[in-house]
Design a protein around this ligand. Structure first.
Ligand SMILES: Nc1ncnc2c1ncn2[C@@H]1O[C@H](COP(=O)(O)OP(=O)(O)OP(=O)(O)O)[C@@H](O)[C@H]1O
Length: 355
């Protein structure tokens, strides 16, 4: 009988490590594949020194697995950031590889729609996930890339948390939620890991997210950018054919000042701006229907007019939006006034040819 994944993990969990624990309990196994008697996996260790220390363990694991009935071959690749092992392609965050010529398309992806904001906390990630879900509900084949490398929030907002698989140690298989194909740098990191990369590492990570993820055929890839005007924005817009960007802002003056900076950046990078979205626009009292303009109102529309750009719509401030995002099912997946606002936004972007 063919060997199973559980049997393999059973064997690996009996192989102790120097310093305590075993291969499974210390969470070192990545991309385990068990097929037709062939076993493949990556042993991910912290550094080259640990890799050296674990060489006998690797040999022990291989021998123990080969001793299982029905096992024909065992292939173990040990990766460490500066180890002697083959390049750790599964590790996200590396120096970018040089790129010849102009912007390179992402295979299978017809359009790239960047969602940016000048200021953090204005709801850019919330808008990205809801827009992606709303577009999928209109029948579009949608991908969502969480490129907010310093504060990835899409795993929580879209309700996914498993680490994506990489069967060959190179291609990363994206996840799927609410009709959207999803990838986030947050899914490749261990919980609580702070990302403290500098520019070149960020560029490399973005390149991996776009080039190594098996996105499949997509009508549109929505990219949730980090706030502000940094290396990720630059890399995306200069190296890839971004169809258009949308800029999210709240109506407050402080947010609008920063939104203007984001618009200026897209203009400098020659990335077309499809328009502006006002988030946390107004609060409608659930009891009496009274509209309160907590952060002001109409500021983003006025800004769009000043800049000669389309105003794409306003999303009200609503407790349900936050609760839905925190619970992992974007509000656009359901029915109701906010979901309808997102449906209108999606229709508009499809009609404009950018989604
Ligand atoms: N329309 C809304 N109504 C109520 N809460 C909202 C709304 N939009 C966003 N929020 C909440 O505001 C918080 C910040 O939103 P979000 O993380 O989307 O912002 P961001 O601009 O992506 O922030 P960051 O700077 O972290 O990237 C979240 O808790 C989110 O649930």
């Amino acid at each position: 009988m063919a060997v199973t994944r559980d049997e393999v993990l059973g064997v690996l969990s009996r192989i102790s490590l120097p310093g305590g624990g075993d291969l499974v309990s210390r969470d070192l196994i990545r991309a385990l594949q068990v097929q037709d008697g062939e076993i493949r996996f990556v042993l991910e260790v912290a550094d080259a020194a640990t890799a050296g220390l674990l060489a006998p363990v690797e040999a022990q694991a291989k021998a123990a697995l080969l001793a299982l009935p029905g096992v024909k071959a065992v292939s173990i690749v040990m990766t460490a950031p500066a180890g002697k092992a083959p390049p750790p392609d599964l590790k996200i965050g590396r120096h970018p590889t040089p790129q010849q010529g102009g912007p390179q398309p992402v295979p299978g992806v017809a359009r790239i729609l960047a969602v940016g904001s000048g200021k953090g906390g204005v709801g850019k990630s919330t808008v990205s996930s809801n827009l992606a879900v709303a577009l999928a509900k209109q029948g579009r084949r949608v991908g969502l890339l969480d490129a907010d490398i310093y504060g990835p929030s899409q795993p929580r907002m879209m309700g996914v948390n498993q680490r994506p698989a990489s069967p060959d140690g190179k291609t990363i298989l994206p996840l799927h939620a609410h009709g959207v194909t999803l990838m986030s740098i947050g899914l490749m990191l261990k919980e609580g890991d702070a990302v403290i990369w500098r520019g070149p590492m960020l560029m490399g990570a973005l390149q991996q997210m776009l080039g190594q993820v098996a996105w499949g055929e997509l009508d549109v890839l929505v990219v949730d950018l980090p706030p502000g005007t940094g290396d990720v924005q630059l890399t995306l817009c200069q190296r890839y054919p971004v169809t258009a960007a949308v800029v999210v802002s709240t109506p407050q003056d402080v947010a609008l000042i920063d939104a203007r900076k984001a618009l200026k950046m897209f203009d400098t990078l020659k990335t077309p701006v499809a328009g502006l979205i006002e988030n946390m626009s107004m609060y409608v009292c659930e009891n009496c229907g009274h509209e309160a303009h907590i952060f002001g109102h109409g500021g983003v529309r006025a800004e769009a007019e000043r800049e000669g750009l389309p105003f794409l719509g306003e999303i009200p401030i609503s407790l349900d939006v936050r609760l839905a995002g925190d619970a992992g099912t974007p509000i656009a997946a359901g029915d109701g006034p906010v979901s309808r606002a997102y449906a209108r936004l999606a229709q508009r972007l499809i009609a404009d040819g950018v989604a």
